[in-house]
Design a protein. Structure first.
Lengths: 134, 409
């Protein structure tokens, strides 16, 4: 069960992911194929800036995909406080291809809160908002 | 048999859906001022839109990715955002122009002031986007738009001197009362009208909406390669009607009523009825497409859930952004700004924005990671590169020409 949730690249040896080329600005779909967000930035486990790094420290690992206001700071510079970041934990990622697929549903994620809010407060209240077009 | 019907329907809707308010107004203005001496631009634009619409359809079918997702991935957030801002604003301007077109056509049909029709148009467009299935929306507006063929019929009824019309097409020259700068300004405008970027956003997103796979590409290729050129011919007949009736009379088109004047003269009330139905259908169809395109571009850039195949509640931000766009378009028109003027500017700004859309598509259509074995062939790339040069030239020339000519006046 644990291995099924691991990113595919961990199971296929020899595949290297380039953050710029394969992760950043990619569309993220949930387990049902519903768009969740675009990868606005990524978070890695690194020691705080300007601390000396002793030799033999393991390489930092990718901990989460980020979205939300972080897009603004990525474009214009700066860094939002850590508490303001909206994270999609890396363990939820199931596959990295031309899109990034999650192994979980997008609905309960923090990354979807604006969508949920607009749906519940506005769109679902307009008559026909839940009507299936097909 | 069913397949054949499907192909026929696709081709017919592509013809009927080709013409929008930008094509109508620009072709009529050009016909009334320059005769048929700019037909070569329409031909160039039609070939270009065929090449790139096909390409974006293939990208969507092969990778499942629509145009703006690709644009952000390839350009990164900074250039992507600048591109989004430009494309979105120009698209919003086109939405406004199309809404104005619906209202003006309804004014011509009813003699009720067009400003009163604007809210009706806004609500009607929204209702269709909210409730109607994608394929029905496309087919109905496309087929009704076919009534614009009355322009071609009117041209025959006018019994023009075909020899002199042919000479204007084959040996283009600038009429003596016009300057070279305004000739080239309208060349850029016509090119922008024929290649409007929203058609590509819409085409690729439509491919995702309808769930195309590589198998469906053959049919879409026929739709594009047959339907768009015939639609282009329809554009030319609009210009020809203006060239035959309005140019000799010295009437330069500044309103929609002048656009349809030649049809009224040649085909009377019946012709008038057809042309009004056609204009309402064409502008309504284009209003739907541009409004959806504004939702598509935003949703694809930010990674929101989008698509008419989902319930509105499952694509909430997508639907809310389209509602806001329609309200802005309606509000702009409510200021009393002339919709024909908005149209004329929107096609020139479209020309300026062309490279922003077409370059990223060309790059991704050559990327095997997305396309697998369906990457561009060498001939397609050659044609696309030539077009990139033309597009760039038109884009760079647009603003200087606009300043020199005082926007063509």
């Amino acid at each position: 069960m644990k291995t099924a949730r691991q990113p595919k690249y961990l199971r296929t040896p020899g595949r290297t992911l380039d953050a710029q080329l394969h992760l950043l600005d990619r569309q993220v779909l949930d387990v049902d194929g519903v768009p969740v967000t675009t990868v606005d930035d990524i978070e890695i486990s690194a020691p705080p800036p300007e601390t000396p790094i002793p030799a033999g420290t393991p390489a930092p690992t990718l901990t989460a995909l980020l979205t939300g206001p972080v897009l603004g700071t990525r474009i214009f510079g700066g860094r939002p406080p850590s508490s303001r970041l909206i994270r999609i934990p890396w363990r939820d990622v199931a596959d990295v291809g031309v899109v990034i697929r999650l192994g979980v549903r997008g609905e309960p994620l923090d990354a979807d809160w604006v969508e949920r809010w607009i749906r519940d407060k506005i769109i679902a209240r307009i008559p026909g908002g839940r009507h299936d077009p097909r | 048999m069913k397949r054949l019907l499907g192909v026929a329907l696709g081709v017919l809707t592509a013809i009927g859906g080709f013409v929008d308010i930008g094509d109508l107004v620009t072709n009529a203005v050009v016909g009334s001022r320059f005769g048929l001496s700019l037909v070569w631009v329409v031909a160039t634009g039609v070939v270009g839109i065929c090449v790139f619409a096909n390409m974006s359809g293939r990208v969507a079918a092969a990778s499942g990715r629509a145009t703006f997702e690709v644009i952000r991935e390839r350009l990164g957030p900074r250039a992507g955002l600048a591109n989004l801002a430009a494309s979105f604003l120009i698209n919003l301007m086109t939405v406004t122009a199309e809404l104005g077109g619906i209202a003006l056509a309804l004014q011509l049909a009813s003699s009720v002031q067009y400003l009163l029709w604007v809210p009706v148009a806004v609500v009607a467009v929204w209702l269709v986007i909210w409730r109607v299935r994608f394929s029905i929306m496309e087919n109905v507006t496309g087929l009704l738009g076919l009534t614009l063929i009355v322009f071609a019929v009117a041209l025959f009824l006018l019994k023009p001197d075909w020899g002199s019309l042919g000479a204007q097409v084959l040996a283009p020259s600038i009429p003596e009362q016009e300057t070279a700068a305004s000739y080239w300004y309208y060349a850029v405008a016509l090119f922008g009208a024929a290649m409007t970027p929203y058609e590509v956003f819409f085409f690729s997103s439509g491919a995702v909406e309808e769930g195309w796979s590589i198998k469906d590409l053959a049919q879409s290729r026929i739709n594009v390669l047959v339907g768009f050129p015939l639609g282009g011919l329809l554009s030319v007949s609009i210009a020809a009607c203006a060239a035959v009736v309005l140019l000799p009379a010295g009437i330069a088109v500044t309103s929609l009523s002048q656009v349809i004047l030649p049809v009224a003269e040649a085909a009377g009330k019946v012709g008038l009825a057809f042309v009004l139905v056609g204009i309402v259908a064409a502008t309504f169809g284009a209003a739907l497409e541009t409004t959806l395109s504004s939702g598509y571009t935003l949703a694809q850039f930010f990674g929101w859930s989008w698509g008419k195949f989902r319930r509105p509640a499952q694509a909430a931000r997508f639907h809310l952004s389209m509602i806001i766009c329609l309200l802005i378009g309606g509000a702009v028109l409510a200021t009393g700004v002339d919709p024909v003027l908005v149209t004329e500017y929107s096609v020139v700004f479209s020309a300026i924005a062309l490279p922003l859309t077409y370059l990223p598509i060309l790059i991704v259509a050559n990327d095997p990671q997305y396309m697998g074995e369906h990457v561009n062939g060498r001939p397609v790339n050659m044609v696309a590169m030539i077009y990139l040069v033309i597009i760039l030239a038109a884009s760079l020339a647009a603003i200087p020409l606009m300043i020199v000519t005082g926007a063509g006046s």
